[in-house]
Design a protein around this ligand. Sequence first.
Ligand SMILES: *[C@@H]1O[C@H](CO)[C@@H](O)[C@H](O)[C@H]1NC(C)=O
Length: 215
Amino acid sequence: MAKNILVLCFLAFTFSLAAAFEPSSLQDFCVADPTMFMAVRVNGFACMDFKLVDANHFSFSGLHVAGNTSNPLGSRVTPVFVTQVPGLNTLGISLARIDYAPWGLIPPHLHPRATEILTVIEGSVLVGFVTSNPDNRLITKVLQKGDVFVFPIGLIHFQRNVGYGNAVSISGLSSQNPGVITVANAVFGSNPPIADDILAKAFQVDKSVITQLQA
Ligand SMILES: *[C@@H]1O[C@H](CO)[C@@H](O)[C@H](O)[C@H]1NC(C)=O
């Protein structure tokens, strides 16, 4: 009996490890094969033939170029994820550049698969994230050039340029494919829409407010 419990404990421990971390890689790399993006469904992309792999699969150019911020939010993300660099496949890491016009905003969003570490390389950026229920505590800071901030995995966060000129930040993310859920788009812009009586009750407002938000 005691032995069985020991075995159970061991199994529970092993499975909790398996659930919390990606397994160690069993090969040097697994460059995503673009021809297999749709054909083979694995957790990540299928690997291309090692003999066909070259330096281009591990590289990206142009991160020094400012993104176009002429849009209603006044911000632009330039991702360097597995889609841009197939050599990132299975490696659990990626990068992004964010440009902000004055008062430019990255609206509240979360990354379901990555913690993000961000540094400001130009301007001043207000950053913040909100802890999970029941506290929903807002943690914010104004970052200047050279400051670094962390957004823990899965938590809703945002960034706003609060300086007089443009701002630029660089983020590292702990996934080759971090994913993004923009809160407003997901809740009020889903396809098909979430029924307005559900949203009206959830937010304790009139249906007309929901219609307005969905627009
Ligand atoms: C930036 O985006 C705007 C709106 O889409 C477009 O009109 C403009 O030509 C773009 N500017 C550059 C330099 O690409």
